[in-house]
Design a protein around this ligand. Sequence first.
Ligand code: ATP
Ligand code: MG
Length: 254
Amino acid sequence: MAEICIIKIGGRPLADPESLKVLCGELEKISRQTPVAVIHGGGSEVSRISRIFGLEPVFVDGLRSTSEEEMAVVEMVLAGRMNTLLVRSLAVRGMRAVGLSGCDAGMLIAEAAAPRSRTGRIVSTDGTLITDLIQGGYMPVCSSVAMDSSGEALNINADEAALEIAAGVSAARLVYLSDVPGILLDKQVVPVLGPEEAEKKITSGEIAGGMIPKVRSSFRGLSRGIGEIIIGGCDKEGDLQSLLQGSGTHLRLH
Ligand SMILES: Nc1ncnc2c1ncn2[C@@H]1O[C@H](COP(=O)(O)OP(=O)(O)OP(=O)(O)O)[C@@H](O)[C@H]1O
Ligand SMILES: [Mg+2]
């Protein structure tokens, strides 16, 4: 099989109709060149809907602390609304998108990160469904909802889910598409970042919030054999191609 590219899409571009249109156009182009599987988050939308239900989101080191009540919102928003929205947007462009969550075919099995928390840590990954779908000519589109060994739902940070799935299918590339053009330091995109420098920037607070799990997942991914990891944005036509050719931030082990 040709080399698989895993593309992780963050919640904010998904929630904006114009960004979504651009993204789907870019995915259409890239998928003609290489097999693509999409993993998506939806953190901003989960927070928005949670607040409507009177649940105030809590984050620790950029990871959502998910209560039982909020888990229901996560499942509805990610595996429901956001996943279907993305599948529909790809399908109208002729792509054979298939909507999934980490619960399908044992793709992401996790355990609770703390007692009474529904934030999960992945304990096993099975990428077979992704590779089978790609071989059948489909584009898998997967949310980051997972389950534990007793069948209960867990919320996985979508960057970590993308990393595990990318490692599970031995992906050649993992691209994190967020609402920023790459990792910003002093308001400039850093073209290349290594693990030690990244940890220093996390300690100093220059890399913060949702960028922390993205960066930490990336270095774990590189040491687990994913060929290349890129962090960047996709606001206009040609952006995804540019990222694959060298813009954005490329993470390297050195
Ligand atoms: N040094 C940095 N460079 C760029 N972005 C940073 C940096 N430090 C913190 N951030 C924040 O990280 C955010 C991206 O992570 P965030 O978790 O919010 O989105 P996402 O992972 O793309 O989407 P989702 O969480 O829905 O999957 C940016 O919007 C920015 O505010
Ligand atoms: Mg995030």
